[in-house]
Write a protein that binds this ligand. Structure first.
Ligand code: SAM
Length: 241
């Protein structure tokens, strides 16, 4: 492993992942970049303000979220073109993964601005690995549409052989699992990871039917990732059981 020595930052956009719960998960490089950039774009400046305070970082913050991103991108690009280094963070995890970021990255690249995404926390990777389901190939579906288009999307996934990963709110968990059971069958294997990296972290594995019964008997709190086995599970290790 080569450790790249610290260097002066170039004017560019840094995508900086932040912890999804446990503050120890922030990387040394993320902290250094946040300390060195000229400006931090934050999904919620209060949430990021608390994080920065914890790590004793003082930096100008600018709000960058789904409600203003279309309007502010041009001005951000101008600032980078004038030589500023800018970091984008979201409330938790990797920006642009079910979070704002994609539009800004795309427009920066169009404008010839270099973009560097640091590796770091994101919820779907630990959920996928913890699930124990094949992960040589998988598809990340993020949040499904809540109403319009949901059933069409699910029907499309009916033939999917890869393990599928979904983000879901705790209030809709049981309903979502019931919807999956209707389309994929009640005996399809799945897992639900809740509150990853936090004190009450829990991963429950079973068939969709078993998971429905388990979560119906509980008050469900916290953040959730659902992982579901594909129709014909794909793994080069699958025959080694
Ligand atoms: N950018 C984030 C990432 O890289 O994972 C995702 C942000 S998205 C707005 C929030 C969703 O991510 C939550 O509703 C949940 O599905 C998932 N999530 C985030 N943190 C989590 C955690 N600690 N445990 C389980 N799921 C989590």
């Amino acid at each position: 492993m080569t450790i790249t020595p610290p260097r002066t930052l170039n004017a560019k956009l840094y995508i900086v992942p932040t912890p999804i719960g446990n503050l120890e998960d922030i990387t040394l490089r993320a902290l250094r970049i946040l300390k060195e950039v000229d400006l931090i774009l934050a999904e919620d400046t209060r949430t990021t303000g608390h994080l920065l305070k914890h790590f004793q970082i003082e930096k100008p913050l600018q709000a960058h979220h789904m409600h203003n991103e279309h309007k502010t991108i041009e001005q951000i690009i101008e600032q980078i073109q004038k030589g500023k280094t800018v970091a984008l963070v979201s409330d938790a995890g990797t920006p642009s993964i079910s979070d704002p970021g994609f539009l800004l990255v795309r427009q920066c690249l169009k404008a010839g601005i270099e973009v560097e995404c640091l590796p770091g926390p994101t919820a779907f990777v630990p959920a996928l690995v913890n699930s124990g389901l094949p992960n040589d190939r998988f598809c990340f579906e993020g949040f499904l549409p809540q109403k319009k288009g949901r059933q069409t999307k699910l029907n499309k996934l009916k033939e999917e052989d890869r393990t599928m990963v979904f983000y879901e709110s705790p209030f809709r968990l049981v309903k979502a699992l019931e919807g999956f059971a209707d389309v994929f069958g009640a005996t399809r294997k799945a897992s639900v990871s809740r509150e990853l990296t936090k004190i009450y972290e829990e991963t429950k594995r079973g068939t969709l039917e078993e998971l429905i019964t388990y979560f119906k008997s509980k008050t469900i709190k916290g953040e959730i990732v659902i992982v579901i086995e594909g129709k014909k599970p794909v793994s080069e290790y699958i025959n080694e059981e």
